[in-house]
Design a protein around this ligand. Structure first.
Ligand SMILES: Nc1nc2c(ncn2[C@@H]2O[C@H](COP(=O)(O)OP(=O)(O)OP(=O)(O)O)[C@@H](O)[C@H]2O)c(=O)[nH]1
Ligand SMILES: [Mg+2]
Ligand SMILES: [Zn+2]
Length: 282
């Protein structure tokens, strides 16, 4: 018996790293429940076949990665930043016991926009600003621990981050215009890249199609996933206040008006609230 970590899935074969440090390409027995995913801790039998999958901390889908510890939520001045997606990913992280880290890339391209985004998020979650075109990207290395995944819009530079940190072209990249032309993301297969003992980073196609069913929460609970709202919420008239500014005293609306809470975050909160409310529940 041998314990291993699944680092890549290739149709019916898996690339695993055993606890002894060997990398093997192996198959799996017909496992009773579910499948085997990248990030799974597995048990190998004597013929080096996956015979069991250990209980998961979490499993994110599209693309599937198990046991995710940190998400590098990546954003850049180009393509046009989708901060609603950033906020959805952050809520998703809090729901799934994942630490979000905001990675603002392409500082070389537009310092002003990068700093604007940094200002919104730096007091909410860990935020780093850099460019993959220079050494500044290397500061990300110290943030890698456990199983980390890159997420974010297509063309923000997720694969470029992997390549810059690995100092070689291990992950495929494409220009923004090529991506738009093809209408597809460049990165489709998930693989964990190793950055030292117990340190992995996965390039992914971004989770940019993260849809509402990944956020299966009641809209009234959404406010609990906005850390910066909490300290103002005790000024709301009602404990059940969802901070929509419905003519009652609301500490959050008040803080937005005073510029103590970001207007962008707040208006995207309202959008997400409506999204969740409109998700049909059967
Ligand atoms: N100016 C500038 N361009 C960058 C930087 N990092 C990446 N790029 C460019 O952005 C484009 C997209 O990069 P990718 O790494 O392929 O983007 P991705 O996020 O992996 O995209 P998908 O795989 O489609 O999700 C490429 O043309 C890169 O050269 C940067 O720091 N500055
Ligand atoms: Mg990519
Ligand atoms: Zn309120």
């Amino acid at each position: 018996m041998n314990n291993a970590l699944v680092i890549k899935k290739q149709t019916s074969l898996f690339l695993v790293e055993t606890d002894c440090g060997e990398t093997l390409q192996i198959g799996a027995r017909n496992l009773k429940r579910g499948g085997v995913f990248v990030g799974d801790r597995v048990l190998l039998d004597d013929s080096n076949t996956i015979s069991q999958v250990e209980k998961r901390k979490n499993l994110i889908i599209r693309p599937p990665v198990a046991n995710v510890d940190k998400m590098f939520v990546t954003i850049a001045p180009i393509p046009k930043p989708d901060l609603l997606l950033v906020d959805k990913l952050i809520v998703f992280c809090f729901l799934n016991n994942i630490q979000p880290i905001l990675c603002i890339n392409k500082f070389d391209l537009d310092e002003k926009t990068c700093k604007k985004i940094e200002k919104i998020y730096k007091n909410i979650i860990k935020t780093v600003v850099f460019s993959t075109f220079d050494e500044s990207v290397q500061m990300l290395k110290k943030e890698i621990s456990g199983i980390c995944v890159l997420a974010g819009q297509s063309a923000v530079g997720k694969s470029s981050i992997i390549n810059a940190l690995k100092k070689s072209q291990v992950a495929k990249t494409d220009t923004f215009s090529k991506k738009v032309f093809r209408g597809k993301q460049t990165t489709r297969i998930v693989e964990l890249y190793k950055f030292g003992k117990g340190k992995y980073l996965a390039d992914t196609a971004g989770f940019s199609k993260l849809d509402e069913n990944l956020l299966e929460i009641d809209e009234r609970e959404l406010k609990n996933y906005y850390p910066e709202f909490l300290k103002f919420a005790d000024k709301c008239k009602f404990k059940t206040c969802v901070h929509k500014g419905d003519n009652t005293v609301c500490g959050v609306v008040d803080a937005v008006e005073k510029g103590l809470i970001s207007q962008e975050r707040y208006s995207n909160y309202l959008k997400l609230y409506e999204n969740l409310k409109n998700v049909k529940r059967y």
